[in-house]
Design a protein around this ligand. Sequence first.
Ligand code: 1GP
Length: 251
Amino acid sequence: MMPVYQSLLDKKKSGYKSFAVLIDPDKVTKDSLLETVQLAVDAKVDYIFAGGSLVISDHLDECISQIREACSIPVLLFPGSPSQISKKADALLYLSLISGRNADYLIGQHVISAPFVKNSGLEIIPTGYMVIDGGAATTVSYISNASAMPADKPEIAMCTAMAGEMLGMKLIYMDAGSGAKKAITETMINTVASHIEVPLIVGGGIRDAEKAYLNCKAGADVIVVGNAIEKDPSLIMEMANAIHSVPVKIS
Ligand code: 1GP
C-alpha cells in the first residue's frame, strides 16, 4: 500500500477531496462496526480514523483488526493519549495541540511515549491539531486543559496553522470537537487553507452532506465525520458522494 501521507499529498495536488469516517472504539459493537465498514467500502470512503479523546474500553487493537480484515481502507490512529496507539493501524496522526498552551499536549505526552511510538512501525504523520470553539464544552478541551480557539477569529487560526507548518507539521487538523454544536465556518477554513501548503483536515459537528461539500469548496482536503454517521449510517454514502463530487484539477 502507498504510504498514507503520500496518498494525501497526491490527492491534494489533484484537488481530490477525501472523506474520513471516524470510529470511536467505545461506541461500536462488532456487528455495528462491520456494518459501518461495509457502508464505507460501498461509498468509497478514503480513510478510517480510529480513536477519540477518551477510549474507555480496551478493544482498540481488536477493533482495528476487524476493520483491516473487512476492508483495505487505510486506518489512521487519531489518539487522545499515548495509550491509544495500536500497531495494527496503517498510520498515526501524531498530534500536537498547537491551538492550546498546555505543554503536555504540545510535547510532553510525545516525550513520554517516543520510544514506543518510534518502535511501533507505524507511519508517523506529524499533525498540527487545532481545536476551534464549537459552541459547547467538548471532551478534548476539558481533557487537554487547553482553551479552544475563538470561532470568529480566522486570523488566529491562520497564524497558528502557518506556524505549525513552518515548525514542520505535515498536516493541519482543524476540529470543532466531537459532536460540536457549530461546525467550523467556511470563512475560517478558507483563510487557513489559502495560507498553508500541507493538506488540511476538517472535522467536528459536520452533520450533512451540504456542509461537507461547502467545507471542501472552502479548501478542506479531508472531511472527518463521526457522530452524525453513528446516528444515521446512511449519511456515509450521501456525504461521500458530495465530497467526491468536488471537481479535480485538470493538469
Ligand atoms: C472529532 O473531528 C471529529 O474529533 C469528528 O467530529 O464526531 O462531531 O463528527 P464529529
